[in-house]
Design a protein around this ligand. Sequence first.
Ligand SMILES: NC(=O)C1=CN([C@@H]2O[C@H](COP(=O)(O)OP(=O)(O)OC[C@H]3O[C@@H](n4cnc5c(N)ncnc54)[C@H](O)[C@@H]3O)[C@@H](O)[C@H]2O)C=CC1
Ligand SMILES: O=C(O)CCC(=O)C(=O)O
Length: 416
Amino acid sequence: MAEQNQGPLGVVHQQIAEASQLIQLPNTIETILKHPKRKVEVQFPVEMDDGHTQMFTGYRTQHNDVLGPVKGGLRFYPQTDEEETEALAAWMTFKCALVQIPHGGAKGGVVCDPSLLSDREIRQVSRGYTEALFDLLGPNKDVPAPDVYTDPKIMSVMMDTYSRMAGGHEPGVITGKLPLVGGSKARESATARGAVYIIEKMLEKENKRAEDVRVAVQGFGNAGQIAARLLYDMGCKIVSVSDSKAALYEENGLDIPRAQQAKAGNGLQEYGENYMLENNMDILYTEADILIPAAMEGVITEKNAERVKAPKIMELANGPTTPEADHILKDQGQQVYPDILVNAGGVIVSYLESVQNHMNYYWSEDVINERMKAFILEAYEQTEKSAYEHKTTNRNGAMTFAIGRLQEAMGYRGWI
Ligand SMILES: NC(=O)C1=CN([C@@H]2O[C@H](COP(=O)(O)OP(=O)(O)OC[C@H]3O[C@@H](n4cnc5c(N)ncnc54)[C@H](O)[C@@H]3O)[C@@H](O)[C@H]2O)C=CC1
Ligand SMILES: O=C(O)CCC(=O)C(=O)O
């Protein structure tokens, strides 16, 4: 049954309800999982380059900390709001539980369009947000990280602001920093690489060659662009890529290094007019073996799920598929690999970054990739095993496994 709220919060509540029903979860636990521990809205002033002062609004939701300090990204995005932040924080709780790292879930956002801000203004927004939330953050409380339109430079400035206020070096307060100031190697590519490890394993199980696999990737930022490049380097045919302004399509496979060059220049459209899809969203309906939504929430809904042709949908974005669309895709025989599994490489390496910060000793890229691979492939096996045992979808498989761990921890800690 569809819940009234069809935004991201309605989506995550429906996902919790479906999984809870499958494992006959006690009502109290389902209720706890539908309510964040804390959500805050902050307003802070920033002096703009022209001398005037502008107020900015920021959000942070700490969803559930039964497994450890809460953790989750921060987006600088004009349309971000309290509801989106709360939904994304809940997904972080289930993601961390699924991949078995000792963290709870959180998420944050600042309402702004960084493409309209100078570097100095972005830095001041990062400082203002950190100052406003200082009391709630900390290596053992809440550890933010990058998400949409935020990057390692922003994370480094936030770490600097927190450290100054705390009166000592505190690298573990935030992850996704630049390596020179305590960031982990391999964090920038981690979200995409985690998904690629799963795809490699899947191809191995199905006895398929990368060269025979056609992939479409929606979103050409940290997650999408790096995934497209890693899969291209592996030999897959990347038939379509898109960002917020343009979508490219080439039946025989795009030249991804050339697309990256175009993106770094004037935009994907620079790749060539002949390759442009008329409508950006048409990327979702291309003939591909794997569709990777890697941009925003709610792009596959009951309105367009019937048009999606790819037999496998790997959710590199958070929340791209609504529950109604999930049901349509299942009836059409398509498999959706859920966000809390597919994009977990990012938070796994973030966890490894905080471990390195606590030790003050840093590992090589190979060590980090190998450790992340072990975590994510274990979660992949658990997802399929749980889906098989409950005769259900991979999303419900992942959610029931994660909820089972949360339930057990709540019991041990005496919450229930
Ligand atoms: N950065 C990370 O470590 C992680 C990111 N994610 C998720 O991955 C998704 C993408 O995040 P990032 O790549 O980090 O952000 P990003 O800021 O690096 O890139 C976002 C990309 O999405 C594109 N985009 C925005 N609206 C679009 C639209 N309507 N159609 C097509 N493309 C559109 C933008 O043009 C840009 O290329 C988000 O859902 C995020 O929550 C999930 C786990 C970790
Ligand atoms: O790296 C992290 O801590 C969180 C990344 C994130 O925001 C996500 O997985 O959605």
